[in-house]
Write a protein that binds this ligand. Structure first.
Ligand SMILES: Cc1cc2nc3c(=O)[nH]c(=O)nc-3n(C[C@H](O)[C@H](O)[C@H](O)COP(=O)(O)OP(=O)(O)OC[C@H]3O[C@@H](n4cnc5c(N)ncnc54)[C@H](O)[C@@H]3O)c2cc1C
Length: 401
């Protein structure tokens, strides 16, 4: 419900969540001053512009978790938003495919989870029915998720920026926030050459959210460990093997969904992403290296505990990142006719994944609420799908203050 409160709000980070939040702030508090601070010259330069472009429903997430609630609400809101503002999207449906007997119980669990999370129209399919939908898939069973789809998230971000500005808010690009100083009733925000004041700020800094937390004088319990996800593009011949979205059954210990095939909204099919440690938080090439980022990971006990707990997964992901043949073999489990000659290197994205000091990847969305500040400290997939619902949720948490 909209009401005027005369406050000023700052949002740090012009990714899809920061922009969705600023947009919803302008709707909820029409008289308030809303400013987004983005360090890059344009919005959507990091996770929100380097992802798979998939609209996820609530299939994977533990019933009752924030991810489950906000993905279900979020996909509905995102589709309505795209519809209303002419953003390209398509509800093409997805198949999650079991390729071996041992994956069947996990696929059943997913079906149960999806049903408990309120997804409509989920169907368990045998091998023949699976191949009616995706003729080149090798699975022994699959679950079809009809409401999932594909979208142009960059266009979503540009539209959000336009709406924020039209409502009187500002999106301050090339404005890296480097200091946050409490002033009794709010904060002084120092960003490049700018100095602004806000009664309340939201930290939506994605890969840098833990550093912004520290900037505000907090201790970080979890730490962002950047995981690069690399993609290959399918050639014109290879594309004929994939109609829509083909996903494996994920390993529930990890928040990553496994390498999959994604038809993209503007044409072409991507295969990926894998999940390897990135040596720079915004390092999109294998060779990118930033000492401060590497030191941050290596001095964190949680990272070493993660390596000790999951040595084979870590070694395998590293090997697969170096070997195109191995990447292709993972894809062939789902679609055996895919060959190396169909693949050419595509882009990459870096996930901001929070790890606990015990070495466990934080699965759910997580935030820290403080006087006059809220820090979103874990917002991995399906964060893009759920952005508008996350925004509502965070505003509701702070409105009570
Ligand atoms: C490889 C990959 C595939 C994915 N696939 C999907 C998918 O298909 N569907 C889905 O729903 N989700 C997907 N996700 C997850 C989704 O992309 C993220 O959950 C979402 O983009 C997070 O948005 P954000 O705004 O929090 O972060 P970001 O988009 O990373 O935005 C954070 C912004 O903060 C800015 N910033 C940082 N520090 C400062 C500072 N000090 N001052 C000012 N600005 C700052 C950064 O420049 C950046 O623009 C995927 C993610 C990855 C990496």
């Amino acid at each position: 419900m909209a009401h005027t409160n005369g406050k000023s709000y700052a949002v740090i980070g012009g990714g899809i969540i920061g922009l969705a939040l600023a947009h919803k702030l302008t709707l909820t508090f029409p008289g308030a001053r809303v400013a987004v601070f983005e360090k890059e010259p344009e919005v959507c330069r990091h996770q929100s512009g380097h992802n798979s472009g998939v609209l996820h429903s609530g299939l994977y997430y533990r019933p009752g978790s924030l991810k489950a609630k906000l993905a279900v609400d979020g996909i509905r809101q995102m589709k309505d938003f795209c519809q209303e503002h002419g953003v390209p999207h398509e509800e093409c449906g997805k198949l999650v495919v079991a390729c071996s007997e041992d994956e069947l119980p996990r696929l059943r669990d997913l079906l149960d989870r999806g049903t408990q999370n309120g997804l409509q129209g989920l169907r368990w399919l045998g091998p023949e029915e699976t191949r009616e939908i995706e003729p080149n898939v090798a699975g022994i069973a699959s679950v079809r998720v009809p409401q999932e789809g594909i979208v142009d998230y960059e266009q979503v971000c540009k539209t959000l920026q336009r709406l924020i500005e039209a409502a009187g808010g500002s999106v301050l690009t090339s404005s890296p926030v480097h200091a946050l100083e409490p002033d009794g009733t709010g904060w002084r925000i120092l960003a490049g050459q700018r100095e602004e004041r806000a009664d309340f700020f939201f930290n939506c800094a994605g890969l840098y959210c833990d550093r912004v937390l520290v900037m505000a004088g907090e201790k970080r319990r979890t730490r962002i460990v950047p995981f690069r996800g690399e993609y290959y593009m399918l050639s014109e011949e290879g594309r004929k093997l994939v109609r829509n979205l083909i996903y494996p059954v994920p390993d529930p210990r990890f928040p990553f969904l496994g390498v999959h095939f994604t038809r993209m909204i503007h044409g072409g099919v991507e295969a990926g992403p894998n999940a390897v440690l990135a040596l720079a938080r915004e390092g999109y090439r294998k060779t990118d290296f930033r000492l401060a980022d590497v030191a941050d990971v290596l001095t964190f006990g949680g990272f070493w505990r993660f390596l000790i707990r999951y040595p084979s997964m870590c070694t395998y992901e590293f090997y697969r990142s170096l070997s195109m043949s191995e990447f292709c073999r993972s894809l062939q489990r789902l679609v055996p006719a895919v060959e190396k000659r169909h693949l050419s290197p595509g882009g990459a994205g870096i996930r901001a994944q929070a790890l606990t000091p015990e070495g466990t990847p934080v699965q759910d969305f997580e935030f820290v609420l403080r006087p006059n500040a809220l820090h979103l400290i874990n917002a991995p997939s399906p964060g893009a799908t759920a952005a508008l619902a996350i925004a509502d949720y965070l505003i509701a948490r702070t409105s009570a203050l």
